[in-house]
Design a protein around this ligand. Structure first.
Ligand SMILES: CC(=O)[C@@H](O)[C@H](O)COP(=O)(O)O
Ligand SMILES: NCC(=O)COP(=O)(O)O
Length: 240
């Protein structure tokens, strides 16, 4: 089974927004990512629009030909309306805290069960595949399964953080979670802080990994290797 690479282009928008204007052009960059081999494009609009703007999502939707994955916090009505309007291939529900620098935890799928059931139903009725962002915790995976979601996305920051010092210990809860995902018949995605250094080991130890979404490290690597080479390097790790 091959794991698909979805390139998160938030950081390209961050660079554009730092000067105003349209350089780099986010839509062109996304199309180039696709041309260079990306199998999907991920965006994670936030209420402050500090990187991807809601307008970008509409523009991207017009032109992308690979899988479009929109991530974000569904407690924002604006986010829900945007996703229902665009109808991407996949929506990933993330419990972002307002003001957080980046996503820093998965859902408590037990506490938020009823809300997640409603949201998953809403998006699935619109023909959108759903994925719920969760920590590598079997209880949270089981809670996610009860919402009716198609997939879960494992929050991989703790793995990435622990990889350098003790990768066997770092991957262990992710293996357990992935096995449970498979038993429950859900699809499995993963992301956050995956990199050229830690991706191959993750891919080789996690059963049934359908998709990784990678942004920060990939765009940093592109400064050195160029976007086309970098996407090829990540594809090699994702397929290893
Ligand atoms: C859910 C997730 O892990 C990513 O979408 C990540 O949060 C990227 O968001 P930022 O680019 O805002 O850090
Ligand atoms: N879902 C994770 C994602 O889209 C990218 O996260 P990161 O690679 O920017 O940490």
């Amino acid at each position: 089974m091959s794991t698909r690479l979805s390139v998160n282009i938030n950081k390209i928008a961050t660079l554009r927004n730092s000067r105003g204007g349209n350089n780099p052009d986010v839509v062109k960059a996304a199309l180039d990512c696709e041309r260079f081999g990306a199998e999907g494009i991920t965006v994670h609009p936030r209420p402050d629009e500090r990187h991807i703007r809601y307008r970008d999502v509409l523009d991207l939707h017009e032109v992308l030909t690979t899988e479009f994955n929109i991530e974000g916090n569904p407690t924002e009505a604006k986010f829900v309306d945007l996703v229902l309007k665009v109808k991407p291939a996949q929506v990933t529900l993330v419990p972002d805290a307002l003001g957080a620098v980046t996503s820093n935890a998965g859902w408590d799928t037990i506490t938020h069960r009823e809300r997640l059931i409603d949201l998953v139903g809403l998006f699935k009725d619109a023909g959108i595949r759903t994925s719920i962002f969760v920590d590598a915790d079997v209880r949270m995976v089981e809670g996610a399964a009860e919402t009716g979601t198609d997939r879960i996305e494992l929050y991989t920051e703790p793995y990435a953080h622990g990889y350098g010092s003790d990768r066997e210990t770092a991957i262990a809860p992710f293996v357990q979670a992935a096995i449970r995902v498979g038993e429950l018949g859900l699809g499995l995605n993963a992301g956050h802080d995956l990199s050229l250094e830690n991706l191959r080991y993750f891919r080789q130890h996690i059963p049934g990994l359908l998709e990784v979404s990678i942004g920060h490290a990939l765009i940093c690597d592109a400064l050195y290797y160029g976007l086309e080479n970098t996407i090829q390097l990540y594809l090699r790790e994702a397929k290893a």
